[in-house]
Write a protein that binds this ligand. Structure first.
Ligand code: FES
Length: 152
């Protein structure tokens, strides 16, 4: 990955950590679930308003490291308004970005700001930070109220 691209990814992460989008409780959510990383104690609750199989609204609240907060913020921005199949696609893309060995110089163009999280794969211990909110999202969609990064 070029230094310029790495800097750009870092700027996106820092921006979402400093000014997290959709970071608030949602009292009228239809689904919500808490995701916990038991290795550090960080937790993020994801709130959804699901209407006609579509994410009408999404927000999150919780304590966590910069990567977990930025990932949650990016997730809410990307997922809002999507149908459930499209939510799954985004989740699959994130998993791919976090584990692939290949650098894709077009990732930002292809996947939007989600590509910024691909820089995390250089730090395997932080992959769980980047996945925390996405685990909570998945749990909420399955009707669960909590999940940990250590659950299967
Ligand atoms: Fe706890 Fe990142 S260090 S989620």
């Amino acid at each position: 990955m070029s230094d310029d691209l790495e800097d750009l990814y870092q700027d996106i992460i820092l921006d979402h950590n400093r000014r997290p989008r959709n970071s608030h409780e949602m009292v009228d959510s239809t689904h919500n679930a808490e995701g916990v990383n038991p290795l550090c104690g960080d937790e993020i609750t994801v709130y959804l308003k699901l209407l006609d199989e579509k994410i009408e609204d999404i927000s999150f609240k919780g304590q966590g490291c910069a990567i977990s907060q930025a990932s949650a913020s990016l997730m809410t921005e990307i997922i809002k308004g999507l149908s459930l199949p499209d939510v799954r696609k985004q989740s699959d893309i994130l998993q791919k970005l976090l584990i692939t060995d290949e650098d894709n110089p077009n990732a930002l163009f292809e996947y939007g700001n989600l590509a910024a999280l691909s820089g995390v794969r250089k730090f395997p211990a932080r992959i769980k930070c980047a996945s925390l909110a996405w685990h909570a999202l998945e749990a909420a969609l399955q009707g669960k109220t909590s999940i940990t990064t250590e659950d299967e």
